[in-house]
Design a binder for this molecule. Structure first.
Ligand code: NAP
Length: 518
């Protein structure tokens, strides 16, 4: 079992006590008393705090962090040593001492205090706020040699998600005798995956703005969104690979669906910065470590072509239409870590269209469709529509892109400003015109919208664009970008789990997440 530890970082005893009460209420599994945050810290204050924390019955760590390693207040070394020794005498479950101080002059008196205590254990720790340690294995070996009974901890900044794998290798090797945390946005996954690898603990903040290190999730996120308590050796991981990913609604939506189906699967935000090289390194790192349990990915901007090229480079199966689109938005890891590639964007868009119209895909044959835009979304939708032999005209601001797409898929093309001559049964906006914050713009003049048209806007922020509002006013049928998102996510769920997606949950969580965005 991996403890979910909440750092208590109040500047005075009153705020520490409030944080402790809130952490207990939120379901903390352990408390880390960061005494270096307390103004005017002395032994009496330490005693009062430890006694208060003991009443919770949760295990307590006492830390008085050196300011060289992230401590809040600059405190004399002798004083910090004294606080740790007092904490042992007060019956703290654990004290946390920096390894560099332990091998200087903290070691002997701390060992003596620990020998006299039946209860307290020692965490030896090293921190690097600038980047990864170069010699992580040696650091762990040295720390275990210095005090074999110790729980050994490192926390370093991941400058890239690929920096996390060294920490995973340590956790795999030593399990619950270790803590290995990667700080920063790129290290977020290390805080969750720790539970699968049986780390001694992982940290979560008591609430927003209470984090003591960059990338710490809140206890609420850890427990409710990432179902921390359900993670075990058998958990499968999935995630969205992109840059940026912090605003993606994928983790909320997919995790809600996994939870609804009671599946031992967790979906993570995977910030993969850089281009093809870094993307390839990430997937090579994943496939070299089957014990991490990654089984599939959603792929978003800017990596959809990198995903295609990665799978092609490995000679693996890629859905033929994904090859034609030139983009893979879903990767599935199968037996022997073989990766296959798919594109659910076109299927999601076609499903959104046909479900809303109550028709089959075959009935799109010979329907006239105007596709506005010639970017990635347009290409996926045009591939899908040309597959069912709809008659497509592409309208785009940059004419050369419209021409190129039209050549690839055998369509007509026109400049976007010719949209006034629009005459089509289906109109699909694949430009970003009308997207938040430009909610009051539309790519199609209202006068061009007719009641016998179907107007589909792929934009989902805002949920109802100006184009859709005006289409409704004209009496046209409308299809929203949220429907496309929902249908492509449902396809991904099927590819990830070989089960049908719980559509009610998917719809509810998608609309709720999108409403919270606008
Ligand atoms: P993209 O590859 O960057 O393409 C953007 C398109 O918008 C291009 O055709 C571009 O024209 C056009 N455009 C941008 N600003 C414009 C302006 N001011 N005036 C005229 N044209 C403009 O982006 P994408 O990935 O295809 O995404 C396009 C839209 O699809 C976005 O709104 C996105 O939200 C939506 N989308 C929705 C889903 C979903 O699940 N609902 C999934 C994917 C995408 P130029 O070629 O002239 O630059």
């Amino acid at each position: 079992m991996t403890y979910l530890a909440v750092p208590i970082s109040g500047k005075d005893l009153e705020s520490c006590k409030k944080q402790i009460a809130a952490a207990v209420k939120a379901g903390a599994g352990m408390l880390e008393l960061r005494t270096d945050y307390i103004e005017g810290l002395n032994v009496d204050k330490l005693r009062e705090l430890v006694e208060f924390a003991k009443q919770t019955a949760l295990p307590i760590i006492v830390t008085c962090r050196d300011s060289n390693q992230g401590g809040q207040n600059i405190l004399p070394s002798e004083f910090r040593k004294k606080i740790l020794i007092e904490a042992v005498k007060l019956g703290a479950d654990l004290i946390d001492c920096e390894y560099s101080n332990f091998i200087k002059d903290f070691g002997e008196p701390i060992k003596k205090a620990l020998a006299e205590s039946k209860k307290t254990k020692l965490i030896l720790s090293e921190h690097n706020f600038n980047g990864p340690f170069e010699n992580l294995n040696i650091i762990y070996d040295d720390m275990f040699t210095a005090y074999p009974q110790a729980i050994v901890k490192t926390a370093y900044k991941a400058n890239h998600i690929n920096d996390c794998f060294a920490a995973f290798d340590i956790l795999k090797k030593y399990g619950n005798k270790t803590i290995a945390i990667c700080m920063g946005q790129a290290g977020i996954i290390s805080r969750i995956i720790a539970a699968k690898l049986s780390a001694f603990l992982t940290f979560a903040s008591g609430g927003e703005n209470q984090e003591t290190a960059a990338g710490q999730l809140t206890i609420e996120q850890m427990k409710n969104q990432f179902r921390f308590e359900t993670i075990n050796n058998d958990t499968d991981f999935f995630g969205v690979i992109g840059e940026p990913v912090e605003h993606s609604i994928g983790p909320v939506v997919h995790n809600a669906c996994f939870a609804a189906e009671n599946l031992n699967k967790i979906y993570l935000p995977l910030l993969v910065s850089g281009s093809q090289l870094e993307f390839n390194q990430f997937l090579d790192n994943i496939t070299a470590r089957p014990w991490l349990g990654f089984r599939g990915f959603s792929v978003t901007l800017p990596h959809k072509t990198s995903a295609l090229e990665y799978a092609q480079g490995k000679g693996e199966y890629i859905e033929p239409l994904a090859v034609k689109i030139g983009a893979v938005n879903t990767l599935v890891i199968g037996l022997n870590e073989r990766i296959t590639g798919y594109n659910t964007d076109y299927a999601g868009a076609l499903d959104a269209l046909t479900n809303s119209l109550g028709i089959t895909k075959k009935q799109l044959l010979n329907k006239t469709a105007a596709v506005l835009g010639a970017g990635g979304a347009a290409r996926a939708i045009i591939a899908g529509l040309s597959d069912v032999r709809a008659k497509i005209t592409i309208y785009n601001r940059t004419v050369s892109k419209a021409q190129g797409l039209a050549t690839d898929f055998g369509c007509h093309w026109a400049e976007l400003k010719e949209i006034e001559k629009l005459d089509a049964q289906i109109v699909i906006n694949c430009t970003s015109i009308g997207m938040y914050p430009n909610n009051d713009t539309s790519p199609v003049p209202a006068k061009c919208l007719k009641k016998d048209m179907v107007i589909f806007d792929t934009i989902y922020n805002p949920l109802e664009t100006l184009l859709l509002k005006q289409a409704k006013q004209a009496g046209a049928k409308t299809v929203s970008g949220a429907e496309m998102f929902i249908n492509q996510a449902a396809e991904q769920f099927k590819l990830f789990t070989h089960k049908n997606c719980p559509m009610e949950i998917l719809r509810e969580t998608t609309f709720e997440s999108l409403r919270n965005k606008t």
